[in-house]
Design a protein around this ligand. Sequence first.
Ligand code: ADP
Length: 405
Amino acid sequence: MKVLVLNAGSSSQKSCLYKIPDDAPLQEAPQPLWEGKINWTQDQGGAEIVVEKSTGEKLRETIAGDSRQTQFAYLLQTLTSGKTQVIGDLSEIDVVGHRVVHGGQSYRHSVIITEEVKKAIADLCNLAPAHNPAALAGIDAIEKSLGNVTQIAVFDTSFHATLPDAAAIYPGPYEWVEQGIRRYGFHGISHQYCSQRAAQILGQDLAALRIISCHLGNGASLAAVANGHSIDTTMGFTPLDGLMMGSRCGSIDPGILIYLLRRGDSAESLDYALNKASGLRGISGISSDLPAVITAMNQGNKRAQLAWDIYVHRLKAEIGAMLASLAGLDVLIFTAGIGENSAAIRQAVCEGFGFLGLKIDSEKNQNQPVDADIATPDSTVRVLVIHTQEDWAIAQQCWELVKSR
Ligand code: ADP
């Protein structure tokens, strides 16, 4: 089965093509046959296209025009022609899977996309304004280029559909519950993949493990996973809640917002401040990029030091909260850009949990671990660094859904 996966962001569209045997799913993520990305970050309209085949052939082109549909159709052509060709015709694609950030309360699992599903994704655009519209644009673009191929939506919220009410419901007015104002949680595709991969790496039954998954990228969230299900998570109604992030503040006293609104700040300026001008970027005044903050900190920059200190403090505090929800811990997972690459963050966080008997081997931690256990043999908690494979997880879910029909 050939599965095309689309992962749409506001300024880019990542796609990849996987081939999965029809009779049995693969145990480990294969290399995609083809990976393509469109960046819409050019100043003068137009787009940059980067394509790579599993055999190494690469293509990088800037294409003119401002129709995203035309640019996307051009990207798809690189599947069937030129040096990055991997298939003879687009009709060889059996199914297209889309990452959809917000599925609201209706979608607890991946679904085949129908007009009704598209409407539901559109209705949720105000809750995920940077992401859901981009996913819809991807779905439309596929309809135009591939006709009525089966399309599947895989939601970032679905994995958290199992949150108990006590974790999901905000203690605001009860009407909020009826209005759908609750914790949804995000990064579910990554948290679910990493939990399953952890069980696989350790050779243990997922159902027997209490896991805290730390997805630390530009956006960052934790999930507490028991019995293979998410029982608590740090992102909330929107992806703004929880941990300090690259440019998002995470949890803050909501009274600050009332104060700022009464002072005359507009909703738009608060949106910008909380989403774009906070977090590592806001505190350090340097960058939302952790390595740049660390470099400045090592040069004695006080605001960079403060940004680091808050980041680590918030991370430890939220892990502590997940620990209490799980009533214990077997596995701590680090994943995504910071989780996979920053030995310093892993060390600073793990030091805070030494009292549990959690110990990491500093050599293993420094040695760019990938899908590896960095805990010492006598540690009471396994500490895994896992390369998140969201696109592969989407492809697997598509395979399963198509096979179950
Ligand atoms: P996204 O949420 O956009 O998918 P990623 O998972 O790619 O993000 O993570 C991006 C983050 O990873 C950035 O903050 C970047 O600074 C961080 N990062 C990348 N490489 C390193 C590194 N070697 N050390 C620390 N942080 C890193």
